[in-house]
Design a protein. Sequence first.
Lengths: 451, 441
Amino acid sequence: MHLRKFGISILGAILLSVSSLTVADETCMSPYMAKIVGQEDYVYVWTLGVEGLGDEQDKLVTIDVNPKSKTYAKVVSVLSVGGRNEAHHSGLSDDRHYLWAGGLDSNKIFIFNVHSDPRKPTLHKVITDFVEKTGGIVGPHTFYALPGRIMVSGLSNNKDNGGRTGLAEYNSKGEFIATHWLPTDGDLRGAKKEGKYADGYGYDVRVQPRRNVMLTSSFTGWSNYMMDFGQMLQDGEAMKRFGNTMVVWDLHTRKPKKVIDVPGAPLEIRCAWGANNNYCFTTTALTSKIWLIYEDDNGEWQGKAVADIGDASKVPLPVDISITADDKGLWVDTFMDGKARYFDITDPFNPVQTFEEQIGSQVNMISQSWDGKRAYFSTSLLGNWDKTGSADEQWVKLYAWDEAKLELTHKWTIDFYKQKLGRAHQMRFGAYSLYSSKNQNKEKEVTLLNK
Amino acid sequence: MSELLCKLKILVFLLPLFFLSSVSLGEDNTVYSGPGDNKDGYDTNKYITNSLSLEERKGKKSNLIQYVTLKQLGLPAVEIPDNNPISREKIELGKKLFFDRRLSLNNTVSCGMCHVPEQGFTNNEIKTAVGIEGRSNLRNTPTILNIAFSKFLFHDAREFSLENQVWQPVLAHSEMAMPSFGFTIKKLQLIPGYKKLFNKAFPNEGINMETFGKAIASYERSLVSGNSKFDKWYYGGDKNIVNEKVKKGFDVFMGKGNCSSCHAVGEKSALFFDNKLHNTGIGYAESMGLLKNKKTRVQLAPGEYVEVDNNIIKSVNQQKRKNDLGLYTITENPSHRWLFKTAGLRNISLTAPYMHNGIFATLDEVIDFYNEGGFQNELLSPMIRKLNLSSLEKENLKLFLESLVGENINILIADAISAPVGDLTKDDPNWANDTDMGYNK
């Protein structure tokens, strides 16, 4: 079904092999982006520096993950970038030549060259004037590839460190194009406030190009995401400063069309791939629910809470999520109990949890390989939100996933504390197959989606 | 019928204006006071957002020096240090520095990120201040409105002049974390524009430790706000400017409530603080763990709460906080344990949350605390005792406190908002901008 989405493939025969795949991580990324559909060679881990550990600064850590390599499951490159920037998320350019990685605190954006030598990325450019250029957006979070562009969602602002913020649009060279403010009551920017909230908060950004839709979600401002997590939970005023909205945008004009109430901090957005599946999922961090954001029969986008995730009173804190390529499964990591949960979303209005396993004392991100057989997990949520003492494990783990048996099998762990690296956050994949000049696995082709 | 309806409509239209009038308007009639991200009513599921556009936050520049030199009802004259005469140039330079985030190690924290103008020059959104890299601070951000009249600075009174005080947050590890005086000055010299502004404000002196302190102190000293409704009634004789409830509340304040024993009111002026330190028991209770329950009520969304086991909270409480012993921290005198500076009450309705650690979210909670006689401890101030105030007396007391908003508050906020926020540009010193600050040249 999802094959209908494929525009260009390098080898038509490969399309047939892809058709048998059932899950894929790269569905989390932009449909405008080149994909790795075979074995990934490297995992790039955007890693937080920790005071008292190693060189104490943020770094891009490259792990060799090709089982055929002599350095399989080893760290093969460490690129320190200076400062503890609150390393968080990263995103690849549409041609997948560059990895943009942001600092939620310093507002620096590090653009790494990952194509010249995928085994050893280099620092290509640092954007230092993000706040100044955007007119005050703080906390560059998601880096999402649009054709020739990178859309950067912000979390905060330089006026009050609160949650009101905007999107910043850059071209692929790293040049600022425009700021698109999230709609507030003071300026809805033409959007319809459907419910009670128009908080102007931001977090993630995703698109469904065939519906000309862009979606944003909402988290919290600098004061909260930088604050000690335990302290914040006890601060009644701070707990009022979380986003309760998602915004439906016109993708082409970048104009907000509608603000939807989604209470409790909706974070990651994952959109379905099926040609007729006009919906996306998100999870709310605080209220612990899966929400479906969908286009109804009248062409209107709506939001609906469709499932609970664990026990909200225990603050499971759903964090990263990942939808499968056939739109039938959704992985949900819950930070506080360190579990990975798998939901059957065949009926998107009635997700059913079919599997869960504890990955560690804390878990944040999940990245699956394109063939769905490998799931990488990492630990760190935010520098001041991670657990304390022995529960503050910091690693990247690989598991093999057997969907038929609903079984995760641990393969290896790289301990980021033991290697004096820091806190492991977001993982992105690299592969020689992406770059024709260094294509070492010609049977593992590159497929371009929607081009 | 139609006439009545019309009158009702006018009344409905005027009512909001009446309430808004408790905050004085600026010259352009735009109300700047109050968080741009309004959370009033967030404790119920009836909450409706009233968020302001960041793009529209422009403010309006004013001539601040007038508030230093002109007499304001209810306030004494501002004392200007002999070695730092006030000037427009210094105020403008100090304001620019105050909102410049480049004055921190990683270019993210300015004075104004904690002393947020529209939040009463404090921070309404968190109990205690969050510094660079999210480091926890023990204390609630104090307002800098009327700071010109304070003999002591910081909650524990560790500084005595604004000129000296301004350096501590800049250098503090948990606040702005600049590594040294010299590095701060060097950085300022390399940021385009500052040399010229310093030379203009301080001819023949330029950028140095003293002029840096003097500039910011001059701006802070200009944030003088009197002429409140209370002042116009009590010191100005305007009997109709406040209602009877406010007057009765003032009676409670001066009498049964015994508030004025610390929050001083004079014959010609009222600072509403005594430039002294007192033990209310809050510091003691926090140090002794008396304020904690087994569970914490945590808000998840508007009107939605859960009771969370404190062990869960402890599992993500990385930054262990020291106990806050107040003045003792400075003197090591055991009789100074848990002594904190008396807070001024002017503009108090704009500066929530309250007390040195932001423990109380509302004035009602503060009044209830004092009505119950504080937290008992061997060093409790003898002026704190059970008050037995009635509900009506407490309500009137609150209305009186709300009458202490300065007339020019909106102008001060608008002026602050009009100042540029200093953020890192491509022309500024930073290794990633290929400027190494001269270390390798």
